[in-house]
Design a protein around this ligand. Sequence first.
Ligand code: AHG
Ligand code: MN
Ligand code: MN
Ligand code: MN
Length: 332
Amino acid sequence: FDEGAPKTEIITLTSHVLSQQQRHPIATGDLTLLLTAIQTTCKFISTNVRRAGLLNLIGAAGSANVQGEDQKKLDILSNDIMVNSLRASGKTAVLVSEEIDDPIIIDAAHRGRYCVVFDPLDGSSNIDAGVNIGTIFGVYKCADDSEGKVEDVLRPGSELQVAGYCMYGSSANLVISTGQGVNGYTLDNGIGEFILTHPNIRIPDRGKIYSFNEGNSLWWDEPVVKYLESIKYPTNGKPYSARYIGSMVADCHRTLLYGGIFGYPSDKKSRDGKLRMLYEAFPMAFLFEQAGGMATTGKERILDIVPTSIHQRTPVFMGSKEDVEDVLKYFK
Ligand code: AHG
Ligand code: MN
Ligand code: MN
Ligand code: MN
């Protein structure tokens, strides 16, 4: 064939997960079925994101979530897509969504062994401008003696079985880890499958880009101000470049691929920062560590934290190992 001819040896997300499971015979296939449900939600949300302008899905829904944020129509629609599909999969017991105040405990008829925490639509403020947005998810396993209760998700991020996100950009990119490294898949709209395009993603040990909302710097604590100064006015070498999209998924995706640092620190107004532990910080921290990077609050490893409530927030710094180590020096 010509170099331009289509490749016929494609690896789909489903076949890839199945082949990984065959190497780990403890797996029952339930997780594969759950991941199938999750990838279907991503395809469904992707379709709606792309038609949003045509289907009157742009704009506010007129309601607010438990954290006081105005919900967009796409926040609600994406949430409903996920809740319905995950319940119907028969593989879940507890669901936690950014858009729902309380944990959803799945009825006995649909109950499975997994708990899914998710941010159905990340980057809401970017929807109306057509800028990249995404979906973030994490999967825990229920305790053996549990029929599904909130305690099953109030677990440290290090206990996640799966973490991932799907970014809706020029294409839909699904990046996922089951604890054996990180793989990236791109949705081929023609065949409706996520194809392995980024096997074994490794984040560079050091980057050249920082990604913070510097509009908050008036309220930042000294270690953050000093760290930012050190990369903007270096004593040797070139200053870092700034990139900030305002969608965690997109900012983290770029950071994973190019290296550098993404941060949303606590500040004098928000002592716990902005991002939510369960469905934003944990899954991303899991992916960064699995890719060879680091994720910290400035004081401790994010994945070690034991959450006490489902919508709790945490400061985050995640990215290339050496860049995160530099941040930590300023917190010492
Ligand atoms: P969400 O749209 O799910 O509520 O998340 C918003 C988050 C995250 O995507 C992003 O990193 C951050 O908010 C941006 O916040 P600022 O607008 O304060 O920079
Ligand atoms: Mn929100
Ligand atoms: Mn979010
Ligand atoms: Mn969201």
